[in-house]
Design a protein around this ligand. Structure first.
Ligand code: SF4
Length: 681
């Protein structure tokens, strides 16, 4: 056998870089950037570059295993399916809503589609959700509120058409390095770069303007910017007249937000607010990118809706170089939401949309469950209350990823039956009754949808180890064990059904995705016409107009107290990924980012008598974490930063399950904490 390469997509983040996997004598020996791919143009960040190392890991889950006291017993797939039938069957008969399904944004579209169909048709519950609940759910609700649709409006390539790029609550240098290349290209071509972030990030360091609002005051900053735009006539009046409704309501709600008041509320100098509003409002085309610095607050949906309205009143939407673009975290979080793996959505749209319900019911020949499902952030309390008794967790690690980690553990322990389907023995799998061995991206066919709505093929390159199986196949086997008779023989069969129920995917086919090219950006019409820029002619609202409305002001700064005087900011590192299930198993990445830490401002550190390397205790009203201190200039006084990838510095123990009232996403950013130096023994 010789060396050859297979085109596929990086399995890590939502940027969705094209890559070649290098196959040498039947084994994956390397990963290289796909030179012509418009997203990454031949480059890969460290995660993509070393992703191949995951495939041959000796600690992969290889067989189904059931708990046997404190140990695990290897069992056959027949026995595993028997356990699923034996435990889920009676619960389903008594109360389908006593079962919860966690779908995974790491799985393919085909698998996410089956996961939510399994919950709704086989179990009979809307209790299904995915990790979007922890990150970008507010983006979906906010963009839908204003534009009628919940996805990025423009492409990454298109950023380079912008004269001004506004990056809000987002550090693409670390989190999405290949997307950052487009920001840098825009900057080099003359675009003004504005960064809004309390931290002095690497992205902020290359900005023309850096605004550092007090966490939780973003909406006040937006109110001030919108008011300035209105008062100084930087509006696109024609656009407002032709393509929006509700402008008067919006204008009235922000009229008190003078630069001075906004400055006093946000801590950002008035001159800087003015300069940012001018740069954004006067550029012929201004683009917005935002991340979890904006989505992980109580009040995030309202804030992101305000950001969308800034774009609308200045006419920065529906054209090249404009738009509002949430930068999604997981490789397939956009696709998993498109597939309806959320409690209040369906494939193709909202659960409350009768026409969407009708299409899905006709396709499935089954009525949809009537009762609304729980959001992922509501499950653990329900488990402790005894209403949710079983969980089927696919490729997620809530013990480390969800707010109030201790409550997650209590919830898992309270359940009668927990099944975890994953590629490694995760922190969550340790609480399972049954563990099912799944497949990596390189071991299965399917599609991922990246943050710019680009649907791309991932390809099976090697076989899964031992008895590990592809998630779509496992889902079919479990469904059939519980009495379904699913006919899908390959991922393409599932995709054909997706095309019939998700209008945006109607024109996408495997043959089209297999022809040379770089996937297709939805919505795709018959014949394969993709859409790089949304809302060029009309918005996806019933009237076709953007919905402007009064801003809801949310001020969370009062939560700081004398007992908890610091503000915790959480975030990612370039060489690690989410809870580290995958990235912490790659030696090359661990060499770059080996361990967790607490980053403190130099003055704050000296006040508590700590230097870099000292151990500090971080305490919130929720819990305590102990970690080495790192003293730096990246965080302003009064703030601490902790990366969110490491088990021994699992910061979710500090984060209370306080959630956005619309999206039910926890406020991981802005948690009040206190810092103390630990006495060394
Ligand atoms: S930017 Fe994201 S998709 Fe691209 S190589 Fe890095 S982790 Fe993979």
């Amino acid at each position: 056998m010789s060396t050859n390469v297979v085109q596929t997509i990086c399995p890590f983040c939502g940027v969705g870089c094209g890559m070649y996997l290098v196959i040498d004598h039947g084994r994956i020996a390397g990963a290289e950037g796909w030179p012509e791919h418009p997203v990454n143009r031949g480059m890969l960040c460290p995660k993509g570059r070393f992703s191949y190392a995951l495939v041959n890991r000796p600690d992969r889950l290889k067989y189904p295993m059931r708990r046997d006291g404190d140990t695990w017993k290897q069992i056959s797939w027949d026995d595993a399916l028997g356990m699923m039938r034996e435990h889920l069957g009676p619960l389903r008969e008594r109360d389908p809503d006593s079962i919860y399904v966690f779908a995974s944004a790491r799985c393919t579209n085909e698998e996410s589609y089956l996961a939510q169909k399994f919950a709704r048709v086989v179990i009979g519950t809307n209790n299904v959700d995915n990790c979007t609940r922890m990150c970008h759910a507010p983006s979906g609700y906010a963009l839908t509120r204003v534009f009628g649709g919940g996805a990025s409006t423009n492409s990454m390539d298109d950023l380079e058409e912008a004269g001004c790029v506004l990056v809000w609550g987002y550090n693409p240098f670390e989190t999405h390095p290949m997307l950052f290349q487009h920001v840098i290209a825009a900057r080099k071509a003359g675009a003004k770069l504005i960064v809004v972030d309390p931290r002095i990030t690497q992205t902020a360091k290359v900005a023309n303007l850096h605004l550092q609002p007090i966490p939780g005051t973003d909406i006040a900053l937006l109110a001030g910017m919108i008011n300035y735009v209105i008062q100084t006539g930087l509006l696109d009046r024609k656009f407002i007249e032709r393509r929006t409704e509700g402008f008067e309501e919006l204008a009235k709600s922000v009229e008190l937000y003078t630069l001075e008041l906004t400055s006093s509320l946000t801590g950002v100098p008035a001159a800087l607010i003015r300069e940012a509003a001018l740069a954004y409002g006067t550029s012929p085309a201004s683009s917005i990118l935002f991340g979890m610095g904006l989505t992980q607050h109580v009040g995030s949906t309202a804030t992101i809706a305000a950001l969308c309205q800034l774009a609308v009143v200045t006419g920065n939407i529906g054209r090249p170089g404009t738009g509002v673009n949430p930068a999604r975290g997981q490789n397939n979080v956009q696709g998993t939401v498109d597939m309806g793996a959320v409690p209040d959505g369906l494939p193709g749209g909202s659960m409350s949309d009768t026409s969407v319900r009708t299409i899905v019911e006709q396709e499935w020949h089954a009525p949809l469950p009537q009762r609304p499902g729980l959001f992922a952030t509501q499950v653990w309390e329900a488990a402790q209350a005894g209403t949710v008794k079983a969980a089927y967790i696919i490729g997620e690690n809530p013990v480390l990823s969800e707010a109030d980690g201790a409550a997650v553990v209590r919830g898992l322990e309270a359940m009668d039956f927990v099944v975890v389907q994953d590629i490694f023995m995760t922190e969550t799998a340790r609480y399972a009754d049954l563990v099912l061995p799944a497949s990596l991206w390189a071991e299965k066919d399917g599609t991922f949808t990246n943050t710019e709505r680009r649907v791309q093929r991932v390809r099976k390159v090697v076989e899964s180890p031992e008895a590990a199986n592809r998630d779509w196949r496992i889902l079919i086997d479990i469904a059939d064990a519980l009495g379904a008779d699913w006919y899908y023989r390959k991922p393409e069969d599932i995709f054909e059904e997706i095309r019939r129920v998700v209008p945006a995917y109607a024109g996408i086919t495997y043959p089209l995705l297999n022809t040379p090219g770089f996937g297709l950006q939805w919505p795709v019409g018959e014949g394969g016409d993709e859409t790089e820029i949304l809302y060029a002619e009309r918005f996806a609202t019933p009237s076709g107009k953007a919905r402007l409305s009064a801003l809801e002001t949310v001020d969370l700064t009062s939560r700081l107290t004398a007992e908890f005087p610091f503000t915790l900011i959480t975030g990612r590192l370039m060489a690690q990924y989410n809870t580290g299930t995958m990235s912490r198993r790659i030696d090359q990445l661990n060499r770059i980012a080996p361990a967790g830490y607490v980053e403190l401002n130099r003055d704050d550190a000296s006040q508590i008598g700590a230097v870099s390397g000292d151990v500090v205790r971080v305490t919130s009203r929720q819990g305590t974490l102990i970690a080495p201190a790192r003293i730096g200039t990246g965080v302003p006084r009064g703030f601490v930063f902790i990366p969110n990838h490491y088990e021994d510095t699992a910061l979710n123990v500090l984060v209370p399950n306080d959630t956005d009232p619309v999206a039910h996403t926890p406020a991981y950013k802005g948690v009040p904490v206190r810092i103390e130096k630990e006495e060394q023994l």
